[in-house]
Design a protein around this ligand. Structure first.
Ligand code: GLN
Length: 538
């Protein structure tokens, strides 16, 4: 039976960051959908930036872009890849955004002489945000970023504590995700950090209903009993979250541990048994992959691969569609500048230049494009990747001297990539790029049209610069096809080269729309071409 009101699951994290809280939340969403419920996800992030759009990928990882153009935390990517929920501006709030709107209300005089305080004004704002974002679904899964014990997350945890109380029994539950480390010297898994983290939670009035203990090996029953005793949860509500070979096996592993049953019992919802074939098929496909392909990813954030989270997943999805395991080789574009493209790219089956910002390493990316174009290695350029591909073509095929993006060199003689009129003089940087979903029309008979199999597509954007239309005719003459354009034909969305096994650049980010059960056609086609290239080499 469907619940009559929206029920809530609050997910917190303890002991350490980066233990896969987002994947736990996303997997719970997947399991509830498999039981026939509708779900949505919310992420509350304790940092003061209004959104992660102004944060360096070195610090924060990928900025995930939604259809409605919100720049959000990368966990929203997991939510969209694991569930049918569509993320939006209503799905991610930070301390900065919450305080921003409380302060705006104060300036407007909405508080009528009252003293504005964290409790109740900030906590009310958080509660309202969560309830607004949860509207219309059976279950809302709300994750709090950071680790319990951080000063920053206190207002969020307090708001969720109040919300749970207000919702009444069986309408909200808390899942606490912690780490149970294996101490090699003792040869044992240790529960003490989990005990302390739950103590911290209970100090602020939150008693977890379920504990998900992340560990590198199965949690034996006696350890579950120990955690149960010290943390005041029933032993069967201690779930082990053991590392698995593919992310997409996590929902199945949690189902085996009984997590979805615990959740629906806790929320007093009756549902059918879950239908899990979607996940079984994906995991089988991962394990059945019997071909291999190596993709060279040429970028700047190569030591911080969280910056390429969705890209990484989209390539894996593309591999699944071709029964192939995709090996990703991250290559620093500055290394290419020092050691040459040939040295570093030799042996890769496909070259991908992903999105990025700033001049550093740009010449290395241009050299990588040149290598792929001349050596006829499949090439896929995404956003900045398209821009460097067009620059490379302008320089070396059209022989346009000093061809550049004005992002790299403002005074360039041939500004092949430039700012559109409305982007000139943008001073408030946050949220001011071309963001979110835009239509794109594909030219008949091109690679893009064949790959997508339709005429109009929608893809997500996050960039400031565009191809300079003044150069379109000279480049077309020399063989660069502008195969995807905005419906008014003013913006270049896709470029390709006909006389090449597979060479395509897109101004948007297709990786945000790839799903493990519905791989994005561009990634499938790129992996396929790379496999073909690899087999020619053998
Ligand atoms: N820096 C480029 C721009 O702003 C590309 C951005 C990106 O790759 N996301 O247009």
């Amino acid at each position: 039976m469907k619940p009559r009101v929206t029920k809530y699951i609050f997910v917190t994290g303890g002991v350490s960051s980066s233990i896969g809280k987002g994947i736990v939340a996303a997997s719970v969403g997947a399991l509830l959908e498999a039981r026939g419920l509708t779900v949505t996800h919310i992420k509350l992030d304790p940092y003061v930036n209004v959104d992660p759009g102004t944060m360096s990928p070195f610090q924060h990882g990928e900025v995930y872009v939604t259809d409605d153009g919100a720049e959000t935390d990368l966990d929203l990517g997991h939510y969209e890849r694991f569930t049918n929920a569509t993320m939006s501006r209503a799905s991610n709030a930070t301390t900065g955004r919450i305080y921003g709107s409380v302060i705006e209300k104060e300036r407007r005089g909405d508080f009528l002489g009252g003293t504005v305080q964290v409790i109740p004004h900030v906590t009310d704002e958080i509660k309202q945000f969560v309830m607004d974002g949860a509207r219309g679904v059976d279950v809302c899964i709300c994750e709090v970023g950071g680790t319990v014990g951080d000063i920053e997350s206190l207002p969020f945890l307090e708001a969720l504590r109040q919300l749970k109380l207000g919702l009444g029994p069986a309408n909200a539950i808390n899942i606490h995700v912690t780490l149970v480390p294996y101490i090699a010297a003792a040869g044992e898994l240790k529960t003490k950090p989990t005990q302390h983290s739950v103590q911290k939670l209970r100090e602020i009035g939150i008693q977890p209903d379920i504990i998900v203990a992340r560990c590198d090996r199965e949690l034996a029953d006696d350890l579950k009993r120990k955690i149960s005793l010290f943390c005041n949860v029933p032993p069967n509500a201690v779930v082990s979250g053991v590392d698995v070979d593919t992310l997409y096996a996590v929902p199945l592993a949690f189902h085996r541990e009984g997590l979805d049953r615990l959740v629906i019992d806790g929320l007093n919802i009756w549902t059918r048994e879950p239908v899990l074939d979607r996940w079984e098929k994906i995991v089988q496909a991962v394990r059945d992959a019997n071909r291999r392909v190596t993709i060279g990813i040429v970028g700047k954030y190569v030591d911080h691969t969280d910056a390429y989270k969705s890209l990484h997943e989209a390539l894996i999805h593309g591999g699944l569609d071709n029964k192939a395991k995709v090996d990703l080789r991250y290559i620093d574009s500055e290394d290419i500048e020092k050691r040459g493209a040939e040295t570093l790219l030799k042996g890769v089956d496909g070259v991908l230049v992903p999105g990025g910002f700033g001049n550093r390493g740009s010449e290395g990316k241009i050299a990588a494009v040149r290598y792929a174009r001349e050596q006829k290695v499949p090439f896929f350029g995404i956003c900045l990747g398209l821009q460097v591909a067009v620059i490379e073509f302008a320089r070396h095929v059209c022989e346009l001297e000093d061809a550049h993006s004005v992002e790299f060199k403002e005074s360039a003689k041939n500004p092949i990539i430039h700012l559109m009129a409305h982007q000139h003089g943008v001073e408030r940087k946050g949220g001011s790029m071309r963001l979110g979903s835009y239509d794109c029309d594909l030219k008949k008979g091109t690679l893009a049209a064949t790959v997508y199999g339709k005429k109009r597509i929608q893809e997500r954007h996050r960039h400031r610069y565009e191809v300079n239309n003044d150069y379109r005719s000279v480049m077309t003459e020399k063989g660069l096809a502008f195969s995807g354009l905005s419906p008014d034909e003013l913006l270049v969305e896709i470029v390709e080269i006909g006389d090449h096994p597979w060479f395509l650049g897109c101004q948007f980010h297709p990786e945000f729309k790839s799903r493990p059960y519905a791989p994005h056609p561009l990634f499938s086609a790129f992996v396929k071409a790379s496999l073909a290239h690899g087999s020619c080499d053998d």
